[in-house]
Design a binder for this molecule. Structure first.
Ligand code: SAH
Ligand code: SF4
Ligand code: F3S
Length: 477
């Protein structure tokens, strides 16, 4: 995802969600098997879950298709983070009415966070939906599909305290064969007041490190050269063996994955400012193959707003963590954020604090959103969504323009330097150019010559935009 997102010059809410939809591209091979079409919305976790769902259904003899009109089962893996994310799914379901009309046997399922949030209500509201399945209930999909085949609509939104799908080998969808996600934990125990995730994904649980390391080894053996460890709050990864004798925290897990092979790059997302430790930063410094890039969402630059958001840190704490990153990893380390404009009761001065925090940190990149009240969250229950839409949008556009300048300034610091780039494929604009990323997660584009996908190439950067670095390969490694 970040690859797609990074290519956008300015990232608005709508842009982000527009590029967050991805369809299966692999065509089915076995003509006679039943066909599955799956479409994913939302965060990387959802994309990763779609790979688990595909694995579960392939075991049952399903084959994937990229043409939903040829599918026997159509699954939408949905996001509930903001209202417009849900509206997009509603619109998509409207389009699918025609498919159902032409072929009433087609099973249509809604998975993921919107399924979990709305539960059986979704069956009432969207008549074409046959299945509603929450993020912890994917093992039940084969049963639910069989019931749907027999005309029985089904809902399973059970949230588990244990499920991590550790034993399931994901079927890589839309893969470039170079980079892959590994889910290391599920759920979230933080209660950020604006956020629906704790309700849609349940309690936090950490997947056993052994299966994570095995998955990374397997990916490396298959030619992959980068893994991204995924969790809502990776710094609170905390695996404990059943008898309590063995414990692994996030810094230790990072080290174990880094040791899989020096040519396997390791990334991770998302870090929470309250939990990121110096031990994690020192582990990053110790291993060249742990990428020097941290996504550290601030959400706001004002301590009163942060308190209302229940982020459990202040502006000063956040700046202290950034200072630790700079002290341990230096100026080269990329830092990005998420920002919410117009949270409940936010004043103009408090909005200015967000802008000044952005200036101080000098972010490389940001995901920026207007606050969208989510039903039943602590903020919806206790606070008033009292900032006018127009004001939210204006504040958001100020945040976006500032980030545009900061990204360009940061990228200019990369000029006339050689960057180690892992090649991920052809550049969007031309097959004469390749693109990849440097350690700080910046997209680098350069002439192809004889270089290949999956190779590390040293690129001398000589031009840049706010979104991309451009250069010439000086040598492969
Ligand atoms: N676990 C991650 C965030 C996951 S949600 C973290 O803690 O940083 C991704 C982003 O969506 C959040 O960081 C936040 O910026 C945004 N977001 C979440 N709920 C939102 C809401 N109700 N309105 C607007 N943006 C929201
Ligand atoms: Fe939501 Fe906060 Fe958990 Fe992130 S840490 S998923 S913003 S509750
Ligand atoms: Fe959306 Fe759920 Fe991810 S709400 S952002 S898909 S965890």
């Amino acid at each position: 995802m970040s690859r797609l997102v990074k290519n956008l010059e300015i990232l608005t809410d709508a842009d982000k969600e527009a590029c967050e939809v991805m369809r299966v591209t692999e065509e089915g091979k076995k003509g006679s098997s039943r066909k599955l079409y799956i479409e994913s919305y939302g965060c990387q976790m959802n994309f990763s879950d779609s790979e688990i769902v595909t694995s579960i259904l392939q075991e049952q003899g399903f084959d994937t298709t990229s043409d939903h009109t040829k599918a026997d089962v159509i699954l939408l893996n949905t996001c509930a983070i903001r209202d417009n994310a849900e509206q997009k799914v509603r619109n998509r379901l409207k389009h699918l009415v025609a498919v159902k009309h032409n072929n009433p046997q087609t099973v249509i399922g809604v998975l993921g966070c919107m399924a979990e949030r709305l539960k059986a209500q979704l069956l009432e509201e969207e008549k074409i939906v046959d299945l509603v399945v929450g993020p912890d209930a994917y093992r039940d999909l084969p049963n639910l599909i069989a019931e749907a085949d027999a005309g029985q609509k089904g809902v399973n939104v059970f949230l588990s305290r244990e499920e991590t799908y550790a034993d399931i080998t994901p079927v890589r969808l839309n893969t470039n064969g170079v980079t892959a996600f590994i889910s290391i934990m599920r759920g979230c125990n933080n209660m950020c007041s604006f956020c629906v995730v704790p309700f849609t994904r349940g309690r936090e649980r950490s997947r056993g490190y052994q299966s994570i390391v095995l998955e990374a080894q397997d990916l490396f053996a298959k030619g992959y050269r980068e893994v991204t460890l995924l969790g809502q709050n990776v710094d609170s990864y905390n695996w404990v063996s059943e008898d309590g004798s063995e414990k692994v925290n996030f810094a230790q897990l990072l080290e174990k994955v880094a040791l899989v092979h020096p040519d396997l790059r390791v990334r991770f997302s998302t870090s929470h400012p309250k939990d990121i430790t110096d031990e994690v930063l020192y582990t990053m410094a110790k291993y060249e193959n742990i990428c020097k890039y941290i996504h550290l969402p601030a959400q706001s630059g004002n301590s009163r707003i942060l308190n209302l958001m229940n982020r459990t840190y202040s502006r000063e704490w956040y700046l202290d963590r950034v200072a630790a990153i700079r002290a341990i990893l230096g100026d080269e380390c990329g830092i990005s954020t998420d920002m919410i404009a117009g949270f409940c009761t936010e004043t103009e001065d408090e909005h200015q604090d967000t802008l000044s925090l952005m200036e101080m940190v000098h972010y490389d990149f940001a995901y920026m959103f207007a606050y969208s009240e989510r039903p039943n969250t602590p903020a919806a229950k206790k606070l008033k969504d009292d900032i006018a839409e127009l004001v939210k949008k204006r504040r958001l556009s100020e945040i976006i323009s500032l980030q545009q300048r900061l990204s360009l300034e940061r990228n200019k610091q990369d000029l006339h330097k050689v960057h180690k780039v892992l090649v991920e494929g052809f550049s969007k604009k031309s097959t004469d150019f390749l693109y990849g990323r440097n350690t700080a997660n910046k997209v680098v584009v350069f002439p192809k010559k004889n270089y290949q996908k999956g190779q590390y190439v040293q690129v001398l950067v000589n031009e840049c935009t706010a979104a991309t670095l451009l250069g010439e390969a000086v040598d492969s490694i």
